[in-house]
Design a protein around this ligand. Structure first.
Ligand SMILES: Cc1ncc(COP(=O)(O)O)c(C=O)c1O
Length: 406
């Protein structure tokens, strides 16, 4: 019999429309299978396999010794904000004052706080697909409505200015842009951004969120960001970045942004009632990362490029898979259209990319993420954040799996 004092938990209606992060779920499943003794290669996580630079670790240890272990101002210590302002000027040519800068526990928290601070029920957010899996769910979590706009391989998965114009309505609050992109690796150049900026200039009610978290991981040409390309948009653009991907600091949880003062203040209000402040020690570590020797990034980029080229070549040799060469980030986004409809040796028909990913994990122990998690099917996202040897092994298994389909 049920205990009358036991209340059945029901989640909020806000949360009901929100899915848990599929990339986090895929990584957890791979970890569970590994723990159960299976030989698993997990290429589903969005985190560098490199270690946090030694100088950054040393700065954190020094901060602990100095007693930097207390609450800080909610949106970041002034020393770090100064380093961030210098970074935006040095790397991007954007001049932010300290009160136009915010620091939060990760880029994810920066984006969540921007949406929490700005969205009213029914406000629309334009999100190009394939998208980072968290954008639409975060928009829903804060009462907004994602307005998904598809992009295609023929345009290199970059948002077309005409499609942006068609997607904007009087309810549009934000456009979210992510370059280099997770999951496709697409990179917008100055010309692409200027075309989008021209559309935004004609719609002064729309804010832009430029998620530049993969800024340091791109292979050709110069990195460009919206507020630098079109300074007239600076007053309504939030330029988001962080230390997770560039400096292999995912666990430290430091993200930051530059943006219009009133938005930054509203985000600080959200932080003051939710997170309080990003970890004090991590803030000193992030400062050391931003101000320290940047040559480590170049060395790591060379390793990423080598891995990318290898994985692209190998996946294109897998039956039923085709893989364009991404210009940035550390993912490849490969079509598995040629494998859909085929059967595994034990008779399972692969009707979707999710079924492909499940069957690959079962048969060969390689964990990828299905394109469905990013709003595009049938695709596979592979994170090449593993050693050359592991990637060789993984690609051999994927090719064997594909060859086994009939
Ligand atoms: C596109 C994109 N933006 C933001 C983030 C958030 O990163 P973090 O919260 O670790 O700074 C990620 C992480 O996977 C990402 O892929």
């Amino acid at each position: 019999m049920k205990n009358a004092n036991m209340m059945e938990f029901t989640q909020s209606s806000r949360l009901a429309g929100v899915a848990p992060s599929p990339t986090v779920a895929a990584s957890q499943k791979a970890r569970d299978m590994k723990a159960a003794g299976r030989d698993i290669i997990a290429l589903c996580a969005g985190e560098p396999d490199f270690d946090t630079p030694e100088a950054v670790k040393a700065a954190a240890i020094e901060a602990i010794r100095r007693g930097e272990t207390k609450y800080t101002s909610v949106d970041g210590i002034p020393e770090l904000k100064r380093a961030i302002a210098n970074k935006f000027w040095r790397d991007n040519g954007i001049d932010y004052q300290l009160d136009e800068i915010t620091v939060a526990p990760g880029g994810k928290a920066v984006i969540a706080s921007a949406l929490a601070a700005s969205l009213n029920p029914g406000d629309e957010v334009v999100v190009p697909a394939p998208y980072w899996t968290s954008y639409p769910d975060m928009v829903r979590l804060f009462g907004g409505a994602p307005r998904i706009v598809e992009t295609t391989p023929s345009s290199g998965f970059r948002l077309d200015a005409n499609d942006l114009a068609a997607a904007i309505s009087p309810r549009t609050k934000w456009l979210i842009l992510n370059s280099p992109s997770n999951p496709t690796g697409a990179v917008y150049d100055r010309t692409d951004l200027q075309a989008l900026a021209d559309v935004l200039l004609a719609h002064p009610h729309v804010l832009a969120l430029s998620d530049d978290i993969y800024e340091k991981i791109h292979y050709d040409g110069a990195f460009a960001t919206l507020a630098a390309v079109e300074p007239r948009l600076k007053a309504r653009t939030l330029t988001v970045n962080g230390s997770s991907k560039a400096f292999a600091m995912t666990g430290w949880r430091i993200g930051y942004a530059g943006g219009p003062r009133r938005l930054i203040q509203a985000m600080a209000k959200v932080a003051s009632q939710t997170t309080s402040n990003p970890c004090s020690i991590s803030q000193w570590a992030a400062l050391a990362a931003l101000e320290g020797d940047q040559s480590i990034l170049r060395d790591r980029l060379l390793a990423y490029r080598r891995r990318r080229d290898f994985v692209v070549r190998e996946l294109n040799a897998a039956q039923g898979v085709s893989c364009p060469t991404p210009a940035g980030a550390f993912y490849v986004f490969a079509s598995c259209a040629g494998a859909i409809g085929k059967k595994t040796p034990d008779g399972r028909r692969l009707g979707t990319d999710m079924e492909f990913v499940d069957a690959l994990l079962e048969a060969e122990g390689v964990a990828l993420v299905a394109g469905a998690a990013f709003g595009a099917s049938p695709y596979l996202r592979l994170s090449y954040v593993a050693s050359d040897e592991t990637l060789r092994d993984a690609c051999a298994r994927i090719k064997r799996f594909c060859a086994s389909l009939a």
